[in-house]
Write a protein that binds this ligand. Structure first.
Ligand code: ATP
Ligand code: MG
Ligand code: MG
Ligand code: MG
Length: 474
């Protein structure tokens, strides 16, 4: 059967076209006309306007493969088998047309008949009191009742503030005991990598008035999301997302540059996966118009690039190299995203510039941090009392642009703590100073200098919306 990532994408979209859906291209990663979100993080996000009835969709049934960025997952990347900051999400959508029954039975048909995934590997979850979904799964589809697990609101109820919301049903693949955490409670929904969630079906059937009152909608919607890399991982029987065919080639390129073999040392393996992930997300972000900046999504881009560069250092690469890996990312994705080819030189230039800029500061920052940490005694560490002060961490940031997530990782490696509260306080003070200064100048220093350097048109300031993703990266 089809197992290649590119084949699986095509198979999915074609399947839902057969079911009367219109195939739409992926929207750009930068939300269009939507200030509530920094970067597109699901297939549904760019279609929100159709769900909210603000615009009429080209068809009541739509299918897409959407590029997604999820920076809140950054800490998991490289450590779990299943998280990337970048991934593609396959989805089928109903705008007031079909509902639960069709959504469930087509999902099941696709995975068990088209892809021939063995039924005995599959588990499903439903929302606690969603008996309608329970009955469809057990009576109409014929899934064994003990394979249908009821989960609570955190896992299986989709909602963002006021507006449409509803229960979810997720499909899991059991990868076997060797991936398990060994806990007697291990099952779908467990954080370990044994039961891999790969498809989430959202039944948006209620409207929340913002005060917790739910009313049943007249025109109910379907929104599903299946991670393409996760599906490919299962179909290819590989260990994790980074070993999937097209993704693996990127990792191989990095291994080659580093002269490091994948699978030899768990620590270098994490770094290889992190670089592989971050170079994918940054190539797509730059292609969609994001440039490195000190704020907003440009800041997310900068942090990802710097984190990738730092993991490159951990792999022993002591020069700019990410821009070279861009070529492999582009070659592996050009079939589905031809715009990458047109923008090849531009993407490489933006990434190389940022790498060179970072290179100057990282060595100095690493030296200084090394000195700071050397002053902490072994006894303090042993006693679990060693802490890098907020002032020191801030000095690294302020003088060398040394990102706090790097500091956090480095101190953790030495079992040293970090006074983040003080650091955050100092950061906030600096932000206020910068804001005041900017208001005076009526310009954004960073975006000015980056765009000048690249000889690019200046991008519009995106504002301070949704800084939570950034906060996590900072
Ligand atoms: P998990 O519980 O594993 O973190 P999730 O419940 O957060 O996943 P959803 O928000 O339901 O994920 O997104 C729909 C689908 O998108 C998931 O079932 C999964 O296949 C895929 N997906 C979500 N997050 C990621 C990620 N960080 N990397 C790769 N694929 C992802
Ligand atoms: Mg998640
Ligand atoms: Mg989940
Ligand atoms: Mg989910």
């Amino acid at each position: 059967k089809w197992t290649g990532l590119n084949q699986l994408r095509e198979e999915f979209l074609a399947f839902f076209e057969e079911k009367g859906h219109t195939r739409l291209p992926s929207a750009p990663l930068v939300p269009q006309g939507d200030n509530s979100l920094l970067l597109i993080n699901s297939g549904m996000a760019p279609l929100k306007k159709y769900f909210l009835g603000q615009e009429t969709p080209p068809n009541v049934r739509v299918t897409t493969c959407q590029k997604c960025i999820r920076t809140p997952d950054i800490e998991q990347v490289g450590k779990t088998a299943r998280h990337g900051t970048y991934f593609e999400m396959l989805g089928n959508f109903s705008f007031g047309d079909y509902f639960k029954k069709e959504a469930i039975s087509w999902a099941w048909e696709f995975i068990t008949q088209r892809l021939e995934i063995p039924v005995d590997k599959l588990w499903v979850t439903i929302y606690l009191d969603d008996d309608e979904a329970y009955d469809i799964w057990t009576k109409e589809i014929g899934v064994a009742p003990e394979r249908v697990v009821r989960l609570g609101k955190e896992d299986n109820f989709w909602e963002i503030g006021a507006g449409p919301c509803g229960p979810c049903s997720e499909i899991y693949f059991d990868r076997g005991e060797k991936y398990g955490c060994g806990s007697p409670d291990c099952g779908p929904g467990c954080e370990c990598d044994r039961f891999m969630e790969f498809w989430n079906l959202v039944f948006s059937q209620f409207v929340n008035d913002g005060e917790g009152n739910y009313t049943e909608m007249e025109h109910k919607n379907i929104d599903t999301g299946m991670g393409l890399e996760r599906l490919a991982c299962l179909m290819q029987g590989v260990d994790n997302l980074f070993e999937v065919d097209t993704v693996q080639n990127i990792m191989k390129h990095i291994s080659k540059i580093a002269g490091v073999h994948y699978g030899e040392d768990p620590r270098t393996d994490v770094s290889l996966r992190v670089v592989t992930d971050h170079i994918r997300s940054t190539v797509f972000m730059v292609s969609d118009g994001v440039v490195p900046q000190n704020e907003g999504r440009g800041y997310v881009l900068r942090r990802l690039l710097r984190r990738a560069a730092r993991h490159g250092r951990l792999l022993g690469i002591d020069r700019a190299f990410l821009y070279q890996v861009c070529d492999t990312v582009i070659d592996e994705n050009i079939g589905a995203y031809p715009e990458l080819g047109e923008k090849r030189e531009y993407i490489k230039k933006v990434i190389q510039n940022e790498e060179l800029r970072f290179e100057k500061t990282i060595d100095q920052g690493m030296d200084l941090l090394g000195t700071m940490l050397d002053h902490i005694s072994a006894e303090q560490i042993k006693a679990g009392k060693a802490v890098l002060s907020g002032d020191e961490a801030f000095k690294l940031y302020d003088t060398f642009g040394f990102p706090i997530d790097l500091v956090r990782e480095i101190v953790a490696e030495r079992e040293i703590g970090l006074d983040e509260a003080t650091f955050n306080e100092l950061m906030e003070q600096q932000r206020q100073r910068a804001r005041a200064a900017r208001e005076q100048m009526d310009t954004i220093a960073w975006s000015e200098d980056v765009t000048a350097e690249l000889d690019l048109p200046r991008t519009a300031f995106v504002g301070y919306e949704k800084l939570d993703a950034v906060a996590r990266l900072a």
